[in-house]
Ligand binder design. Sequence first.
Ligand code: NI
Ligand code: MN
Length: 225
Amino acid sequence: MKFTYYGHSCFGIEIKGKKLLFDPFITPNKLAAAVNADEVEADYIFVSHGHEDHIADCVSIAKRTGALVICNWEIYQWLLKQGVENVHPMNTGGRKSFDFGTVKCVHAQHSSSLPDGSYGGNPMGFVVACEKNFYYSGDTALTLDMQLIPQGSPIAFSIMPIGDNFTMGIEDAVRAAHMISCHSVIGVHYNTFPYIVIDAEKAKAHFERNGLELKLPGIGETIDL
Ligand code: NI
Ligand code: MN
């Protein structure tokens, strides 16, 4: 499986030749200037919640690629109004099989409004069961609900926010990784805005001290998982 980082909380994961894109936010991100949103490929687009920094390029990429967008009910309805036709609605606790694997929507403790102020439903995380099961938490605080995440499918790696202020910071991300029994974490949602600037070396050292690995791929970089 290949993981490509597009900056902030936007990343692609390739599974069995299918391209999954998460939380497309590229065009407004100055740090991702080298990435062209018009060239990003996708067969599926996952949207964790309605905030601009997770959905900004969703409509344009969905229309260009015809990718199936997977999101909550309220974002589904909003995307239909924006003219996106290929959308699959889910909600927290729901599970559904696709050709790359099985998706389960899980609780995220955050908020969710759409860029035009529309109600965005509840934020979600995704557990994807495939060759290597993974968990993308979306924007969230640390919650005891995370204890439920690995049940039924041990998590090989997770993608979690580490920027603090709006979401978990590194201390809580370490606690979350322990809670889901996952050794390998890819950090996202940091450095994009002044509120969430971190010291990457300190963050990696904190994970290492706690027996965990924090991967921080560069923007545009692809790593093998
Ligand atoms: Ni958010
Ligand atoms: Mn966010």
